[in-house]
Design a protein around this ligand. Structure first.
Ligand code: DAH
Length: 345
């Protein structure tokens, strides 16, 4: 066939092809087929060299104009298909669909429970006090009526920095530091980290405590009981019962441990006929230690003999575990967002 006619027929063929190409991918295939390096136009042009030299310029010019028209056809159809694709996407787009909520951090449950407990005591008139985590043996033990050979020191699994310096094993040293700096009457709570050389399922080397201290004229066990009952009911609910069991601490006399009715089984000892795993069917769980401040501790603080006061100390993780029914202490330290996210406000 005559090359000029062959070139011209390409235009009509591409027109038909473009009309049929219903996607951008199909159109691209068509473009390669016509305009690609091994395409129809190229194959016609490869026979240009077999023409007598005199005929070549005319065919060359025709080829150029055909190429332009092919390109124009192709671009026009491409624009059409692109516009169609966009219209389809817009038709699917629903501007009323709610967006994806951004990730938001939450306060750690230990922080939340500490803040909640502090708020309860602030409401009862207590101030917030604090003391160092790296503590002297004197404040951690001796001033709290635990002289060097006292057997209660063994119970505390102390982490020592040197002979006289240690990581505080409880928040009780803040009692002495507070009294050294303030005159009675006073009421403070001291939240903070404490450290023990202890690590297993139910113990971590660091955990949190909240210490309480109230000193004044005529402060009695009845004030202690009333204060702690108010605290327990504010944090665990108004129906919660409280009982005091006699106990021993070197820095209080008399001393007691406080149990609350189990918040998982409501004190019944069973949940749906199954033994309660939190209180082990007793209906009670221990929540804190307390007592009347021992005169020896007042003496360390240089307080007069006619003051009296009460003190208490509790573990924050323990309170959180009881309040939320968390079975494993390690949850507080693993920082698994699936756990932490459940406490989002
Ligand atoms: N410090 C004690 C402990 O860590 C807890 C405690 C008990 C604190 C009785 C007190 C208290 O203030 O009166 O085990």
């Amino acid at each position: 066939m005559d090359l000029i006619a062959a070139l011209e027929s390409l235009v009509g063929d591409l027109e038909t092809g473009c009309g049929r190409a219903s996607s951008l991918a199909a159109l691209e295939e068509l473009r390669v087929d016509f305009l690609g390096r091994k395409g129809k136009l190229a194959s016609i042009m490869s026979s240009l060299s077999s023409l007598p030299p005199a005929e070549r310029p005319a065919v060359g010019q025709k080829a150029n104009s055909v190429k332009e028209r092919l390109n124009a056809l192709f671009e026009a159809r491409k624009a059409e298909l692109e516009a169609q694709k966009e219209a389809e996407a817009l038709a699917r787009f629903d501007p009323t669909t709610p967006g994806r909520a951004p990730w938001q951090g939450t306060l750690h449950p230990t922080t939340l429970v500490t803040e909640e407990i502090c708020a309860v005591f602030r409401h009862l008139g207590f101030d917030i006090a604090s003391g160092p985590e790296v503590e002297n043996d004197y404040y951690n033990f001796e001033a709290l009526n635990m002289p060097p050979e006292h057997p209660a020191r063994d119970m505390q699994d102390t982490l020592y920095i040197d002979e006289r310096t240690l990581m505080r094993t409880h928040t009780s040293p803040v009692q002495v530091r507070t009294m050294l700096g303030r005159k009675p009457p006073l009421a403070v709570i001291a939240p903070g980290k404490v450290y023990r050389r202890d690590s297993d399922l139910t113990h971590t080397p660091m955990f949190h405590q909240i210490e309480g201290l109230m000193v004044g004229e005529g402060i009695s066990m009845a004030h202690l009981r009333g204060t702690l009952t108010a605290f327990v009911r504010a944090v665990f609910g108004g129906h919660t019962n409280v009982r005091f069991r006699p106990s021993f601490f070197p820095f209080t006399e008399p001393s007691a441990e406080v149990d609350i009715s189990c918040c998982i089984c409501g004190g019944a000892g069973h949940v749906n006929g199954e033994p309660c795993r939190v209180c082990k069917t007793t209906g009670w769980v221990e929540i804190l230690g307390c007592g009347m401040v021992d005169p020896a501790v007042f003496a360390s603080a240089g307080y007069p003999e006619d003051v009296s006061g009460f003190a208490f100390g509790m573990g924050v993780e323990r309170v959180a575990m009881l309040k939320y029914g968390i079975g494993d202490l390690r949850m507080f330290f693993e920082n698994d967002v699936r756990f932490l996210g459940q406490f989002a406000g």
